[in-house]
Each structure stands twice: as structure tokens, then as C-alpha cells.
Write a protein that binds this ligand. Structure first.
Ligand code: BGC
Length: 737
């Protein structure tokens, strides 16, 4: 009894005390931590908190530690980090949370060595999301990975790959969003907005012109100001406007002689002055080459210096530079303030990232629906697709480990899916590998699609056996793969491992052959004319087997449209040779002035070259008619109106693409687009606002966008090469920004 009473008394005292303390703290909170008042603006809050920071606190925040796999001889990181890309310990005295950074744009990345046993939902590759031409799909994908990151304890995602596809051999194209500034800017911007909606800071990257991996840490990209502002930088400008990422990652390469992470033009003049960017710039891992120069050029945070940079610049060398007056204290304050501001803007203080349950089923559905909306049907002879699944008796499934899974791209963006690597041991097993297949096997999904059919698999190593299986099956589905990854480019556009011969033999044995492509960038298809159908799924991500089966069976009508031009061969490219790709010494510089702002389809148009498939192209199981284009210019806003009708027998979605030829130019630029879902026979009038920056030229004297007066030729259609009658419109020039 006594003990009980004693305990009760102690409890009452403790509870009372706790209640009192809680009240006292609640009353004290605004005074002690006035920056925790979410009613204040991120700027006000950052200003208040900055005042409380010591110089050491500031130096603490402007440099992250590597949180990835470490060698035994590496210095240990401070405790509390989650194995990932970057980490900064909390400043508990001020309630500043630990900064936990994870790659990347295709899901919360991890390798087995970082967080053994942990897994995440892989989104399809970036070009799939871009190929949806549906900003809502991009937002959903971003929100999905942002939510997973948050539930794993991360508050920064190194996600938002915006580099344009200038180089189809670029090993990282699968992390990006194609070749067009408007499409890439819109889609990546929406993905970023999705991430930030989950109280996770998103990091747009790699700023800028890091459009190839060959020589990525040494190469000097040469390009003129107007050309870069109207191409790669425009994609970043649009994505930043839309998505408001809290941080920007400067890239490894040099741009016009200066490293991107100490490039005054890029960071100070373009990003912070012209675009008024309020967030912070972090370096890529190993991208810093100086203290004073980088800081004065606009770099705010050095990433993982203790492992990747030649030395830790943002500590002793920066303190020395401050003492010598080479760097101003106000700049160190600005760096810190920008970091804090981005955390306030994303709501990181109020919504701390911490372990929470993840709805894996819902997230896998997001990945699958992205694939279903972004897979591109490139060819469909004699309406081979969709398959009449009820009547299928036999299906041959061939190649690319389709019995086990689907390929993923390699490097820092690699996600470990639940179930791990379905095909372990493929080379390279180390960086930028391991070559990984996500365990969403098409074979199983195709069997469930047609349970009555005999569905058999052939690996494809034995070409004759695969062809024999195809010959005795009603339909053959051949999966082909080309692995790409960070840190290397492809030598050429060919498929590896004799797969061209495999497809040719299978297609010869059975004209009802469907080729499914798993790749990061366009590949050459010497067998194209023999194939019955070709479906591009890139690296198709979570639940891909079912997504592919849904498309082949017609449960889903494909509506992806290419976010890139598909060259016939490398001779069509601005740079047919990519010296150093696949080995050898890369050149010191690369000349992007050859095509300048005419990236992708604009290059082909300017040279009268017909690529294999044009930008914006993609087939459907139904037919559409577009017409009645009108252009209306009022008060500086230009809007195109067009009617789209589904003239076929199946429901499906189409994309209205509006291209503009500005006065004095030969090429048409994508200036607006809209995706619309229509039932059979249904028609809709779409009103499509045209992006002003696509109607304008970048004026290097005025440092701004100038709409020239004159005649603008506007065309609308189903791809960059399939346009209806143009409409000419007079626009009064504005001569202003
Ligand atoms: C990549 C970045 C990545 C970083 C951290 C670098 O090698 O270029 O994209 O975010 O590593 O993993």
C-alpha cells in the first residue's frame, strides 16, 4: 500500500512538474526560439535564427560529411547519420535538426553497403516521367519519393536532374527529362514541388551543362551565353520557378573556363541575381576546388569534402580567407542564412523527418501508373497490339532476364527495391554498379495476364533456341536491355551482347514479335522493320512487369510521347564522335556551341535531318484528330486554342503540342502543351498558354528575355514532325524582361 501510495505521490509530483515545465516551455518557446513561429516568413525566421549562431555554428552548417559507405581508414562521421549521401549533425541548443541528405530523383537511393536490408520504391527512369507530358504525374512521383524520404528520416533529397539530353550517349540520361527546356523544366519542376510538399528540401542538379559523363570532373564546356540561356539554363530557370527547390547542386565540369562550383556567371549572375534564387547552392561530391573563389562566386555549402575534395576548403582555408579579407563575413552569413531559409521554406522544423510507416502498395501503384502513362509505343504493325489476351494460347518471353526482373540504371541514384537485386553478380558489381534488376518480373505478369496461355521463357543467350520457341508460339515478346550509369557514357548507340542478332532471329521466326526496350537513352534498331511492335519502357521501375502487361493487353492505352529525338545513328548528332567514351583520355573541352540552343529536334530541323523518331512522337491504340488552331494574344499573354477528338474505338490520352517559330529563326520551339484523356468519340477544346520565355530571345545586353515584334508562326500537332496548318500571329515586341 505504502509503496503504491508513495509511487502515486511521486507520479503526481512528476506529472505536475512536467505539466508545469511544459507550460513554462510553451510560454517560453516564442521568446527563446522566436524563429519557430511558423507564421513568420522563411526569410524572417532565417534572420532571427542567424543572429543566434556563433561563427562555429555557421562553419558547421556550410559543410556536410559523407554518409555513404566508408573505408576503415576514413575518419568516422559524427554519430546519428543515416547511411546515405550527406550529413550535418544537429545543433540541439537551437533546435536545428540534423541535415540528412539522400539521393535521388528515381526513389530514395541506397546501396546494400549503405543501409543493408533497407529498401524503397523505385520510380521509372526520368524520361518515363517526362514522356507522360503530364505535370500531375510528375508531382505525384515527386510526392511519393519525398514522402518515403521523410519516413526514412531524410530532410534533403538530391533530386531534380534537369540536364538536357544533348548527348544520347550520356550515361545519366535516365536520371533526366529529355532534350527540351520547356518539357524538362515543367516536369522536373513539378517533381520538385512534389518532393517539397512532403517537407523535404529538393536539390535541382547538376548546374550546369554537365551533359556528358566522359571527363565529367575535368571537361571544360564551351558555349555562348545566349545559347546556354535558351537551352540548358532555361530548363533550370523554368524548373526552379515552378518547383522552388531549396537547393541547387553545382556540377563537376568547368563552364567556359571556370569550375561550375566557382563560376561567378552561373551562381552569382544567373542564379542569384537574374533569377533571384533565395535558396542555397551545394557542391557536387568532389566539385570544390577553392575556398575564397568558390564562396565569392556563390557556392554556399561544400559537400562531403573530407572524402571527395582535395582538401576541406570550407574550414581552415575559408577561415584564413576571412582573416585576410578575401571573403567578407557578410558572405558567410548569407551562406548560412540561405541554408536555414530553405529549411524553413520546406517546413523542415515543424515537420521533422523521422521513421514512419510507408504505404508500399500505394507507392508501387504510383510507380506503375507513371510507367503506364509514360511508356512510348514506337511501332505497331497491323495492330499487333493490344493483344487479344482471351484468345492467347502461347507466348514466348525472351531475353533481358525478363523471368526475374527489370533493369535499373547505375550510380548514386540506384534504389534498392524490396526483394533486392533479382540478378546478382552481373558486372560491374562495384561502382557504378552493381548492375541491378528490380524484382518485378515481366514473365510472371504476362502469365497472369493470360492464365490460359502457355507462357515460356528463353534467356536469349542461345539465339537458335529463342527463335525456335518464338516460331512455335503465337506471339513473341523480346526484352532487350542496355545498362547505363553514372560516371561513364556509352561508346555508341548499339545494343550490347549480340541482342540485335537475337531480335532479328526471333522476328524472322515470328513476325508477331513485340520488342520491349529497357535502356537509358535511344538505341540503334537495325531490326526495326522486321519487328511487329516496339514498346519503349526505359528503366521501368516499381511493379513494371504488371505495367508492361497492362499495356500489351490493352488494359492501358499507351500515351507516352518521346521527350527526346531518336537518332538513326551517331552520324546525325552534332558531335558524331565522343572522344574518351568507354576508355581513353577525354579531351580538355567540349564544344556545345556547335548546336548551341538547338538541342535535339531543333538541331535536326536546322540541318534538315530526319531522325528515326521525332521528339513528341508516340502511338496509341486509338486515333485522334486535332484541328481548329487559333492563337490569341492579349496583354502580353499568348494562348493557343485547339480541338482534339478521339476518333477511334478506345479511350485514350493524347498530347497537344504547340510549336512556335519566332521571327528570324528557322526552327520551331515547343512553347506549350496539354495532355487530354478522351473517351471514344469525345472531343475537347484545349486552351494552352504559351510560355513567354519560349516566345522570347535571351538578350545578352539587357540580360533578359525580349519578345521581338513581328510575325510568329504557331503550329500544333502530335509531334514535332507531325503538325497541322500553321497560324501566323503578329506580336508587338515588348523589349522588356
Ligand atoms: C553525383 C550526384 C550525387 C552525389 C551524391 C555525385 O557523384 O554526381 O548526382 O547526388 O554524388 O551521391
Amino acid at each position: 500500500m505504502k509503496r503504491k501510495a508513495g509511487n502515486a505521490l511521486r507520479c503526481a509530483i512528476v506529472l505536475g512538474l512536467a505539466g508545469w515545465m511544459g507550460l513554462a516551455m510553451a510560454q517560453q518557446a516564442p521568446a527563446a526560439h522566436p524563429w519557430s513561429d511558423a507564421k513568420l516568413s522563411p526569410d524572417q525566421r532565417a534572420d532571427l535564427l542567424l543572429k543566434q549562431l556563433t561563427q562555429d555554428d555557421k562553419f558547421h552548417l556550410i559543410r556536410s560529411y559523407f554518409a555513404g559507405p566508408r573505408k576503415p581508414e576514413d575518419k568516422p562521421v559524427p554519430p546519428g547519420y543515416i547511411g546515405s549521401a550527406g550529413y550535418i549533425p544537429a545543433i540541439e541548443r537551437l533546435g536545428i535538426p540534423a541535415i540528412q541528405e539522400s539521393d535521388a530523383g528515381l526513389g530514395v537511393a541506397s546501396s546494400e553497403r549503405m543501409r543493408p536490408g533497407d529498401y524503397a520504391t523505385p520510380l521509372p527512369a526520368g524520361p518515363v516521367t517526362a514522356a507522360t507530358w503530364d505535370p500531375k504525374a510528375a508531382f505525384r512521383g515527386g510526392a511519393m519519393i519525398g514522402g518515403e524520404a521523410h519516413a526514412k528520416g531524410f530532410n534533403v533529397l538530391l533530386a531534380g536532374g534537369t540536364n538536357l539530353m544533348r548527348e544520347p550517349r550520356n550515361g545519366r540520361n535516365f536520371e533526366y527529362a529529355g532534350e527540351d527546356p520547356l518539357l524538362a523544366g515543367t516536369m522536373v519542376g513539378e517533381a520538385i514541388r512534389g518532393i517539397e510538399s512532403q517537407h523535404v528540401v529538393s536539390t535541382i542538379k547538376h548546374f550546369a551543362l554537365n551533359d556528358q559523363e566522359t571527363g565529367r570532373t575535368t571537361v571544360d564546356v564551351r558555349i555562348g551565353e545566349q545559347a546556354m540561356r535558351e537551352s540548358d539554363l532555361l530548363a533550370f530557370e523554368l524548373a526552379i520557378e515552378r518547383g522552388k527547390p531549396g537547393s541547387v547542386m553545382c556540377s563537376y565540369n568547368k563552364l567556359n573556363g571556370d569550375w561550375a562550383c566557382e563560376n561567378d556567371y552561373l551562381l552569382n549572375q544567373v542564379l542569384k541575381r537574374d533569377w533571384k534564387y533565395p535558396g542555397f547552392v551545394m557542391s557536387d561530391w568532389g566539385g570544390v576546388h577553392s575556398a575564397a573563389k568558390a564562396v565569392n562566386a556563390g557556392l554556399d555549402q561544400e559537400s562531403a569534402a573530407e572524402i571527395f575534395d582535395k582538401q576541406i576548403y570550407f574550414d581552415a582555408p575559408l577561415r584564413d580567407a576571412l582573416a585576410k579579407g578575401e571573403v567578407k563575413q557578410s558572405r558567410v552569413d548569407d551562406m548560412t542564412r540561405r541554408i536555414l531559409r530553405s529549411f524553413f521554406a520546406a517546413g523542415v522544423f515543424e515537420h521533422p523527418a523521422k521513421k514512419a510507416p510507408i504505404d508500399e502498395k500505394a507507392n508501387l501503384a504510383v510507380a506503375r501508373e507513371t510507367l503506364e502513362a509514360g511508356a512510348v509505343l514506337l511501332r505497331n504493325q497491323n495492330a499487333l497490339l493490344p493483344l487479344d489476351v482471351a484468345k492467347l494460347e502461347s507466348v514466348a518471353v525472351i531475353g533481358a532476364h525478363a523471368d526475374k526482373g527489370v533493369l535499373a540504371g547505375g550510380g548514386s541514384s540506384l534504389v534498392t527495391a524490396k526483394g533486392g537485386n533479382a540478378v546478382p553478380g552481373l558486372k560491374p558489381t562495384d561502382w557504378p554498379g552493381p548492375v541491378t534488376y528490380h524484382p518485378y518480373a515481366p514473365l510472371k505478369a504476362l502469365q497472369s495476364m493470360a492464365p490460359q496461355a502457355k507462357v515460356q521463357f528463353a534467356g536469349g543467350e542461345d539465339v537458335a533456341a529463342a527463335a525456335a520457341l518464338a516460331a512455335k508460339s503465337q506471339v513473341a515478346v523480346v526484352f532487350v536491355q542496355k545498362w547505363a550509369g553514372e560516371d561513364f557514357d556509352a561508346r555508341d548507340l548499339s545494343l550490347p551482347d549480340g541482342q540485335d542478332a537475337l531480335v532479328a532471329a526471333v522476328a524472322k521466326a515470328n513476325p508477331r514479335t513485340i520488342v520491349v526496350l529497357e535502356n537509358g537513352s535511344p538505341v540503334a534498331m537495325p531490326w526495326l522493320e522486321q519487328a511487329g511492335a516496339v514498346l519503349e519502357v526505359w528503366y521501368p521501375g516499381g511493379d513494371a512487369g504488371n505495367g508492361i502487361a497492362n499495356i500489351l493487353s490493352g488494359k492501358v492505352n499507351p500515351s507516352g510521347r518521346l521527350p527526346l529525338s531518336w537518332p538513326r545513328d551517331v552520324s546525325q548528332l552534332p558531335r558524331p564522335e565522343l572522344p574518351g567514351a568507354g576508355g581513353g583520355t577525354p579531351p580538355e573541352s567540349v564544344d556545345y556551341a556547335i548546336e548551341g540552343a538547338n538541342v535535339g529536334y531543333r538541331w535536326y530541323q536546322s540541318k534538315n535531318i530526319q531522325p528515326l523518331f521525332p521528339f513528341g512522337y508516340g502511338l496509341s491504340y486509338t486515333t485522334f484528330e486535332h484541328g481548329g488552331l487559333k492563337v490569341d494574344a492579349k496583354g502580353g499573354k499568348v494562348t493557343a486554342t485547339v480541338t482534339v477528338q478521339n476518333t477511334g474505338k478506345r479511350a485514350g490520352a493524347d498530347v497537344a503540342q504547340v510549336y512556335v517559330q519566332v521571327p528570324g529563326t528557322k526552327v520551331r520551339r515547343l512553347a506549350g502543351f496539354a495532355k487530354v484523356f478522351l473517351k471514344p468519340g469525345e472531343q475537347r477544346v484545349l486552351s494552352i498558354p504559351l510560355e513567354r520565355k519560349l516566345l522570347a530571345d535571351f538578350d545578352t545586353v539587357k540580360h533578359g528575355w525580349v519578345v521581338r515584334g513581328g510575325e510568329y508562326v504557331v503550329s500544333e500537332g502530335r509531334s514535332s514532325a507531325d503538325l497541322g496548318a500553321p497560324v501566323a500571329t503578329q506580336l508587338a515586341g515588348d523589349g522588356t524582361k
